[in-house]
Design a protein around this ligand. Structure first.
Ligand SMILES: Cc1cc2nc3c(=O)[nH]c(=O)nc-3n(C[C@H](O)[C@H](O)[C@H](O)COP(=O)(O)OP(=O)(O)OC[C@H]3O[C@@H](n4cnc5c(N)ncnc54)[C@H](O)[C@@H]3O)c2cc1C
Length: 429
């Protein structure tokens, strides 16, 4: 571990992602001595996501978010498409009242780090925490290599891999059925071209989800988000399903998606400037540690399984940041009471339960299983595209809707089965 000033820290935080940094900001702002330890070269250098953040939870933490944060575009258009054989069926919603924005996670994380540092937190990069430091079963700091950093309380904000929790025996090894694999590329393009090609007014942002062909018909979805002068394009697929069903490498599936006529036209003369891959925790509460607190320890963000993927939208950053905020509130209260034992830290679980995070996760519990097992991503895109094609590509006579549907499902499935899976999906979402 690099030399860290002897000044005793009250709190050490593992990981400079949205969860850890939001906790650090609130704690430092309220006078506690905080150190954030990050294994990456800079805060944000190891983070990767799709592109869109819901603003309200973040505005409770960062009052001046709208004016200060590195926001690329506010999302004014939502598009949802089904793609098969290069053909596209799209539903679009547009509104000038936007509740979410597009941003680079690395820039947003850097801005959060700057806010935490301005408030007095110390951020040390290039340090990997190996394990927690315990005294008589109570967490009393962290260990990195041969170094021990003693603090009164630790926040684990290490993200989805949560190797530290695994080493402590608090969670089992990650299982492919609990996570999804995300791939993403960032393509630089003239803003005027972005807007013209995607039907946007100057400065408007787009969030576009596409299912079916873009993921090679694997359960999951592709996304396109517009930054100021780049487009983020990629997809998220359930890892176990990808391992079982993928017939080609996921990178090739993404390249094929980029070669479909619709996408090719959008990104033509664009320059690839960034690419990466990352896991997301998809099993939500079913992969959370049994308790998110213990003596001297709180677990926040992806490490706690606090992410919701509803298929048409994914909420991880706001959940992570807000859980960090609630952890900070808990620690401030425990500090005033003079003890970080689990009796005091259990307030975190209570605050989480009362917040939108647990309400959302409970309301949609089991969604990942339903999304994963649903034919909506695998068989149905082709059926729907075939049906829509029959309706619109008129030769001499035009079929009725029911005739077009019957012809499209013939030999593949039954109407009852389609209605049943649609019902299950709609009820879960
Ligand atoms: C492809 C993809 C698309 C996504 N799209 C969206 C989206 O559009 N909108 C959205 O809201 N969310 C999205 N998410 C989810 C979102 O990125 C996460 O939920 C969010 O980043 C979680 O924040 P966190 O702080 O908990 O963890 P992370 O952001 O993962 O941060 C954890 C940090 O801990 C550090 N770390 C880990 N282990 C150690 C260690 N031992 N020592 C020191 N440091 C350590 C890591 O380097 C990292 O910086 C997406 C995720 C993926 C993969």
């Amino acid at each position: 571990m690099p030399y860290i000033d002897n000044a005793r820290f009250d709190v050490s935080i593992i990981g400079a992602g949205p969860a850890g940094l939001s906790a650090a900001y609130i704690l430092a702002k309220n006078g506690l001595k905080v150190v954030v330890l990050e294994r990456g070269r800079t805060p944000g250098s190891k983070n990767l996501y799709g592109g869109r953040v819901y603003a309200k939870p973040l505005e409770e933490i960062y009052e001046n978010l709208r004016n200060e944060a590195p926001i690329e575009r506010w999302v004014k258009k939502e598009r949802f498409s089904i793609m098969s054989r290069g053909e596209l069926f799209t539903v679009e919603y547009s509104s000038q009242d936007s509740t979410s924005f597009v941003a680079y996670l690395s820039k947003l994380t850097n801005w959060m780090a700057q806010k935490a540092e301005e408030a007095g937190a110390v951020i040390v990069t290039d340090v990997r925490v190996d394990k927690l430091y315990l005294e008589d079963g109570v967490v009393k700091g962290v260990v990195s290599g041969d170094d021990i950093l003693k603090t009164d309380v630790v926040i684990d904000a290490e993200g989805v891999n949560r190797l530290i929790l695994e080493r402590l025996g608090l969670v089992e090894k990650l299982n492919p059925s609990q996570v999804a694999l995300g791939l993403k590329q960032v393509i630089r393009l003239d803003p005027v071209k972005i807007e013209a090609r995607l039907g946007l007014s100057p400065g408007e942002g787009l969030a576009w989800l596409i299912i079916g062909q873009p993921t090679g018909f694997l359960p999951g979805g592709a996304f396109i988000y517009t930054n100021s002068s780049t487009i983020s394009i990629g997809f998220v697929v359930f890892l176990d399903e990808a391992c079982k069903r993928a017939t080609k490498h996921v990178f090739d599936i993404l390249e094929e998606f980029k070669q479909t006529p619709t996408i090719k036209n959008i990104i033509s003369d664009g320059v690839l400037v960034e690419y990466g891959a990352h896991l997301t925790p998809e099993a939500g509460l079913d992969m959370s540690p049994p308790k998110l607190y213990s003596d001297g320890l709180l677990v926040v963000g992806d490490a706690a399984g606090l992410l919701l993927n509803l298929g048409y939208t994914i909420r991880g950053v706001d959940f992570a940041a807000y859980s960090g905020y609630l952890a900070a509130k808990t620690i401030l209260k425990a500090h005033s009471e003079g003890s970080y034992r689990k009796e005091n830290l259990s307030l975190y679980q209570k605050l989480l339960e009362e917040s939108f995070i647990m309400k959302e996760l409970r309301r949609h519990r089991g969604i990942s299983k339903i999304l994963k097992s649903s034919e909506v991503f695998t068989e149905y895109p082709e059926i729907l595209i075939s049906m829509v094609g029959k309706l619109f590509q008129i030769q001499d006579s035009s079929p009725t809707l029911i005739q077009a549907l019957r012809e499209s499902i013939k030999g593949k499935t039954s109407l009852v089965r389609i209605l049943w899976s649609m019902f299950k999906m709609v009820r879960a979402i």
